[in-house]
Design a protein around this ligand. Structure first.
Ligand SMILES: Nc1nc2c(ncn2[C@@H]2O[C@H](COP(=O)(O)OP(=O)(O)OP(=O)(O)O)[C@@H](O)[C@H]2O)c(=O)[nH]1
Ligand SMILES: [Mg+2]
Length: 349
């Protein structure tokens, strides 16, 4: 018997969908760390993923095709499995204005099923943002090629992508064992997703709307995440870090759409946050972009302001990252040594 699915009340909530084995930890971190206006749905072809993930709804697809053993790296199997389950998945995705799909591209399930889930979400009228993680070129050359193929196909179909390059994250995060790198990346992504849920649907100090996000992605259907942070009195440091810490090698100054979310301690005055916004706008050439700014107060933090951004429509090809780093050197005397130890996990409480 099919479970009773209620879609009422979803209009004020974010749905986070995890697709494939590699998204299971992010799912778990979102599920346990949120407590806010966020629902989770985990979709996989591999029965063994179900035990190690926690989500509001866990969905095994493609039992007939994959026998519960995963899509074995075959994208078509992942795709067919999701297509077969389309009707069954729909009720769980109905009624949400915003859906974030987190997938690790490169093998069968993530690469094959994520576009199907995106099309289901869009068909139901939601704004769908696809957080797509691209595997490392050095460590997984084949999956990376497959992942880039899926990513290009999704872009051609007009889906909104927030592309996350594992290699770029490794550069930012420093040399750590691979498993630790993935754990840190998953922690970072889950924190960003939860913050986005809170700034749009939660008790934010300055709210962002779904329509703001839509406008940002109208400027370009691929974007990436930028992050930076510093003590409340040092906005310049946060801005310099922000502009150099993008999760894809692109020059943020060439972007066209820009969503910025500030995460601050409680009670921080507008006079204190304004210099952060101004410093970032200066660094990323914000005057030439469609910009939306939101902010959240985090009761558990003291003194640190974090900046989370999504920049879309950046120019492909010539990566002028070295220019940016040069500029950072000139400004600060050195490239900022990331405050990123904080991202080593419990970013999520
Ligand atoms: N961020 C992150 N990435 C992971 C993790 N585990 C695997 N990956 C990456 O995800 C890519 C795809 O692997 P999986 O997610 O296991 O593949 P799948 O989507 O389940 O596909 P099939 O196993 O073929 O069904 C790999 O190439 C890894 O780079 C993880 O825990 N975190
Ligand atoms: Mg798998």
């Amino acid at each position: 018997m099919r479970p009773l699915v209620r879609s009422r009340g979803r209009e004020g909530r974010l749905l986070v969908v995890g697709v494939g084995s590699g998204s299971s930890r992010t799912m778990e971190l979102v599920q346990t760390g949120s407590g806010g206006p966020v629902d989770t749905l985990f979709v996989t072809t591999d029965e063994s993923d179900l035990q190690r993930t926690c989500a509001d709804v866990k969905f095994l697809i493609g039992r007939r095709l994959c026998g519960g053993k995963g899509a074995m790296g075959i994208t078509e199997l992942g795709e067919r499995s999701a297509e077969d389950a389309r009707r069954d998945l729909e009720p769980y995705m109905t009624g949400y204005p915003l859906i974030i799909i987190v997938s690790t591209l490169g093998k069968g399930t993530g690469s094959g099923a994520a576009p199907v889930l995106a099309s289901i979400g869009e068909g139901l009228g939601a704004l769908v943002l696809n957080f797509a993680i691209i595997p490392s070129a050095n460590l997984e050359p084949m999956p990376r090629t497959v992942a880039n193929h899926s990513r290009n196909k999704m872009l051609k179909r007009g889906f909104n992508l927030v592309t996350i390059d594992q290699d770029r994250f490794m550069e930012m995060n420093g040399s750590q064992p691979f498993a630790q790198t993935m754990a840190s990346l998953d922690a970072l992504i889950s924190w960003i997703v939860i913050s986005l849920g809170n700034v749009v649907f939660g008790q934010s100090k300055r709210c962002l709307t779904v329509s703001d996000l839509r406008s940002v992605f109208r400027e370009g259907n691929e974007g990436t995440i930028f992050i930076g942070g510093s003590f409340t009195g040092d906005p310049k440091h946060a801005a310099t870090e922000f502009v150099t810490c993008g999760l894809m090698k692109r020059d943020p100054r060439t972007g066209k759409g820009f969503m910025l979310n500030l995460v601050t301690p409680m009670g921080v005055k507008d006079a204190q946050t304004k210099p952060f916004i101004e410093a970032v706008m200066d660094e990323v050439d914000g005057r030439n972009k469609t910009v939306f700014v939101g902010s959240l107060e985090d009761p558990h933090r003291k003194e640190i302001v974090d900046l989370i951004g999504i920049i879309t429509g950046m120019e492909d090809g010539s990566v002028r990252l070295s220019d940016i780093t040069q500029k950072a050197k000139a400004d600060k005397g050195q490239v900022p040594q990331a405050v990123h130890d904080r991202w080593d996990i419990p970013m999520i409480r």
